[in-house]
Design a protein around this ligand. Structure first.
Ligand code: PMP
Length: 401
């Protein structure tokens, strides 16, 4: 074959910080249909309301086609901003449309926050472990990470001392069914967290793409609503990826109007605005309460998948393995005996046709190598059981230190 067209460029210092993510490399392997993949963070396509989305695009194009195909404001489509503000108000937050920025996926919010809040060397506080995609976004702006300890109950607010928070640009937290751990903060920790960040004058970024996917336990108030009562500065991000479909690339950020204005300037430079047609179609879908009817089926699907995996783990994993039981979302976090390196285990697992994500890349600081993340939503029950059985065998056979 001819050489591919690939002339060289001189990359910026920033571009040199970009490295291929462990997840992306693994996802390449898991594209093979023979692999039982617990690695991906993909929502189940069985939950995508394809006909409803098609009907909404049709309706928008036939009734408002010209404006749907035109450029729009960077802040987002007005009625969708208003819908998001009302939705958050129903959950107890005091916000109006001026507090809302529509994003091309909530991942864009992470990048924009990095752009406007992080200088090289700025202190940024993150959970231990935290969402890999956020660490990748922030890292391009060269922060100095400070890891906030967490346990089975999630982030430990009592560890937020003045010394730890001093000069921090923000704390990035995932209160519901965290990625990667699946852990959720209880009411007491939520209160303690917003009170601590208010007292320490530390902006709190609440990333909550999974909050609507609760299938067990008691619903908890969002940090934005709680934080406003406590005088905290909460920046909330939400997403339509897990409640509708990720291919729409639609999310939002709620914050003080002054920060929204700064983020609008940054977003303008990035992509002018999020696709008008998509915003109008999604507004068409959600405006009359579609999600209230749709989400119970998605939650039930995820609950069943989670139950199959937990059941298989109890059956096949040795007693020495620990895991957290999630109350919602897509992930189970597994802690192996200390001598097992999950990256080495992954190599063995892939050779046997099973994939997962090793825990190490989710740590901003010292990684715990004996951890891993299992995702259960896109795999059939039979394959979940088979994959977990193989993992159980490999863990039991792993050489002692
Ligand atoms: N935050 C978290 C915690 C996530 O898990 C994801 C998706 N995997 C995102 C943000 C980005 O979601 P999106 O851009 O699709 O809204």
């Amino acid at each position: 074959m001819d050489q591919p067209y690939d002339p060289a460029c001189t990359y910026s210092e920033r571009a040199r910080l970009l490295t291929s993510s462990a997840i992306r490399e693994i996802l390449k392997i898991t594209e093979r249909p023979d692999i039982i993949s617990f690695a991906g963070g993909l929502p189940s396509p069985d939950g995508f309301p394809v006909d409803v989305v098609r009907a909404a695009y049709d309706k928008v194009l036939s009734t408002q086609g010209r404006s749907a195909l035109q450029y729009g404001p960077t802040e987002g489509y007005g009625p969708l901003r208003a819908w998001v503000a009302e939705d958050l108000s129903r959950q107890g937050a005091r916000v109006g449309p001026d507090n809302i920025l529509i994003l091309s996926g909530s991942q864009q919010g992470l990048d924009l926050l990095g752009k406007v809040l992080i200088d090289p060397g700025s202190k940024v506080l993150v959970e231990t472990p935290s969402y890999l995609g956020a660490l990748q976004s922030f890292s391009l702006y060269q922060p100095r990470y400070v890891s906030v300890p967490s346990d089975a109950g999630g982030l430990q607010p009592e560890s937020l001392t003045p010394a730890l928070a001093q000069g921090g640009r923000f704390l990035y937290a995932l209160p519901n069914f965290q990625n990667p751990t699946g852990r959720t903060l209880d009411r007491q920790r939520r209160n303690a967290l917003v009170e601590a960040t208010a007292r320490l004058n530390l902006p709190l970024v609440e990333d909550d793409p999974y909050g609507e996917l609760r299938y067990a336990g008691e619903p908890q108030p969002g940090l934005l609503a709680l934080g406003q009562e406590a005088g905290a500065n909460v920046i909330r991000m939400g997403s339509f990826s897990k409640v509708l479909a990720p291919g729409l690339r639609l999310g939002y950020l709620a914050a003080a109007p002054s920060l929204i204005n700064k983020l609008v300037q940054a977003k303008q430079a990035t992509d002018l605005h999020t696709a008008t047609l998509t915003q109008m179609a999604v507004h068409e879908i959600v405006k009359d309460g579609f999600l209230a009817g749709h989400l119970p089926a998605v939650r039930e699907l995820y609950r069943q998948q989670c139950t199959h995996m937990l059941d298989a783990m109890s059956q096949h994993f040795p007693q020495t393995v620990r895991w957290d039981t999630p109350e919602g979302g897509m992930f189970i976090w597994v802690t192996l005996p200390a001598h097992i390196d999950s990256t080495r285990l992954l190599e063995q697992a892939v050779a046997r046709g099973v994939a997962f994500v090793p825990g190490a890349p989710f740590y901003a600081g010292d990684p715990q190598h004996n951890t891993l993340r299992l995702s259960f939503v896109t795999v059939s029950e039979a394959r979940i059981r088979e994959g977990v059985r193989i993992l159980g065998e490999l863990i039991s056979a792993y050489p002692q230190a």
